[in-house]
Design a protein around this ligand. Structure first.
Ligand code: AMP
Ligand code: MG
Length: 302
């Protein structure tokens, strides 16, 4: 794809402090502009080629991340069910050294986790310097599923108080400050909302029912959550509006075409890590002398 980073940023980044509506983001976006003329096959081929190139570049960027040992990268993925979080992780990270990358998938919190503040379990899973950490769901569930089903809050045993807009704004504030702290200490935060249409979700659920090899993916819980579609959309919109910051902006990624989702996530992740301007650590004169000595010890001459 010939989109520049500036194009991608203009199209898909949620600008901090600006008005935001999900209506302006098309889940079925498939290139627009010059790409409109392309047939799906051609577009798919181009997106796949772009993905391949970025998979390679991401691997190189991760190596530099590790060698320079200053920054870490936190990739946060949020979406409705069947939007393609797992497939995105599988494809985008396929070239990265497994030692340089870690994935955490967050499920319903355990009793121990519920005994702590809501950020605790995520804090423990943050990537160390030099690594890429992926959160497949994250602390954002605490303003999404928990907001759609506020009865979950009773398990969190919070001090009494109203659970209205003020409560959720306080959570947004906690999250923004938490991310600020991470960013200040060298974590690059990349947050992707995979934006799926209700129609495409139905199609993917149906495929899980119709195709035997996909049966295992079907979840009755997912079907139940689909009934809350509108509540989720409004919780997502409010989250995107309130937690897209200068230091940790959200990206709204069209998710009806998997090849588009993967290409965009790979492209944004690679470009963002490159923008850190990382360099291999330089060798001092003293280190150079020691290296020369090691060379002689190995019988390498000079
Ligand atoms: P899955 O990712 O399909 O295995 O589902 C994980 C489930 O855990 C989803 O239904 C999430 O909504 C739920 N979940 C994840 N984080 C939380 C949280 N902080 N509070 C309550 N439910 C959560
Ligand atoms: Mg699921």
């Amino acid at each position: 794809m010939a989109l520049t980073y500036a194009d991608v940023s203009r199209l898909f980044q949620v600008k901090p402090g600006r008005k935001f509506s999900l209506k302006h983001h098309d889940p079925g976006w498939a290139g627009g502009g010059e790409f409109k003329e392309l047939r799906t096959q051609e577009l798919k081929a181009r997106a796949t080629e772009f993905l391949q190139k970025n998979i390679g570049e991401l691997a190189a960027a991760q190596e530099l991340l590790y060698a320079s040992d200053v920054h870490s990268v936190l990739i946060v993925l949020q979406a409705m069910d069947a939007a393609g979080k797992d497939g995105t992780i599988k494809h985008v990270m396929s070239g990265v050294n497994p030692q340089g990358c870690q994935v955490f998938s967050f499920k319903k919190p355990s009793d121990e986790e519920l005994d702590h503040n809501f950020l605790w379990r995520y804090m423990k899973a943050l990537p160390e310097r030099g690594r890429i950490g992926i959160f497949n769901r994250s602390y954002y569930e605490d303003v999404l599923v928990v907001r759609v089903h506020p009865e979950i809050l009773t398990h969190q045993r919070l001090p009494p108080g109203e659970r209205g807009a003020k409560f959720w704004n306080a959570r947004f504030d906690d999250i923004n400050r938490f991310e600020r702290h991470l960013a200040r200490n060298g974590t690059l935060i990349l947050k992707f909302f995979l934006h799926l249409s209700k129609k495409e979700q139905k199609k993917r659920f149906m495929a899980r029912l119709d195709e035997e090899e996909k049966h295992w993916k079907f979840s009755f819980a997912d079907l139940k959550e689909r009934e809350f579609w509108d509540d989720y959309q409004s919780a997502f919109a409010d989250m995107l509006r309130n937690t897209s910051t200068r230091w940790a902006p959200w990206w709204v990624i069209p998710a009806d075409h998997k090849f588009i989702t993967r290409a965009l996530v790979a492209g944004i992740a690679t470009a963002s890590i490159k923008q850190l301007g990382l360099k291999r650590p330089s060798v001092t004169a003293e280190q150079r002398r020691l290296l020369a000595r090691a060379r002689r010890q190995l019988g390498g001459g000079k």
